[in-house]
Design a protein around this ligand. Structure first.
Ligand code: UDP
Length: 254
């Protein structure tokens, strides 16, 4: 199957193949993990399967509250069918609690609650190390229009509220996350939708009681098993690959 399909793009954690219909792609989740712009790398068995499931879960949830996404349906353990979009070359980060680069850049201790959610933009360019940019740069260089930016901020904050709530329900604090946005064209107009993936690879998730990290920082900072951390997130959300026998979906008792 995968061999016959044409590869459209290969990134660090995913591969995109031509989809079965025009305007679609198949997104394949690899087990590869990278950090520090590819300086640290490893293969984490099962990560791709977990992220495929988790991204499906979050994208479906977003769709159910009216936030448009590229997700169409999951095809198998590692692949999902998605809409083809024109990716806006930005990493859109929303932060609720200080951690990672904002802590370093501004000297705010990790774990400090921010006064309000902060939306940041990074220019997607590995060679430049994804530099922080402002709306001024984005509009001046034509990466997105003012209208796009207003829509992107609104979308990012809706994703933040949704994801924070979902995580709160299972005892996890959503510290920050990254999303990517795509354009889909309808005649001469375009709409913006959530693209790429939403998974523990692109979020910071801390257990609310213990502070334990349940995200890619486990890999970045060598804190233990990444698969165990992601499996714990999936287990709490009731999302687990069907071949795992101890799945604990809530069951209704009549
Ligand atoms: N992030 C990501 N991809 C990147 C950079 C960051 O998914 O290329 C996510 C990261 O997992 C975290 C959030 O965006 O949830 C903010 O990351 P930060 O700017 O603190 O950078 P980092 O400390 O990860 O270098």
């Amino acid at each position: 199957m995968a061999q016959r399909r044409k590869k459209v793009y290969e990134g660090k954690a995913k591969i995109l193949y031509e989809g079965p219909e025009p305007g679609t792609l198949v997104q394949y989740f690899k087990d590869d993990a990278t950090a520090g712009n590819g300086e640290k790398r490893d293969v984490i068995e099962g990560k791709g399967v977990l992220n495929n499931r988790l991204s499906e879960f979050f994208m479906n949830g977003l769709a159910s509250i009216g936030v448009p996404t590229h997700f169409i349906r999951r095809l198998n353990m590692r692949e999902q069918l998605i809409r083809m979009v024109e990716i806006i070359p930005l990493e859109v980060v929303v932060r609720n609690t200080a951690a990672g680069s904002i802590s370093k850049r501004l000297g705010i201790p990790e774990g400090t609650a921010l006064p309000r959610p902060i939306v940041e933009f990074y220019f997607k360019d590995d060679k430049l190390g994804d530099p922080l940019v402002s709306e001024e740069h984005i509009i001046a260089f034509g990466w997105a229009s003012q209208q796009d930016m207003d829509d992107i901020v609104a979308l990012a904050l809706r994703v933040n509220d949704f994801m924070s709530g979902i995580m709160l329900g299972v005892g996890i604090k959503l510290v920050d996350f990254k999303i990517e946005i795509g354009r889909v064209w309808e005649g001469e107009f375009h709409r913006l939708i959530i693209a790429d993936e939403i998974s523990p690879d692109s979020c910071r998730l801390w257990d609310m009681k213990t502070g334990q990290k349940l995200d890619k920082d486990v890999f970045r900072r060598d804190l233990g098993s990444l698969t165990d951390a992601y499996t714990e997130v999936a287990r709490r959300l009731g999302v687990l690959p069907s071949n795992v026998t101890h799945a604990t979906k809530p069951t209704l008792i009549n």
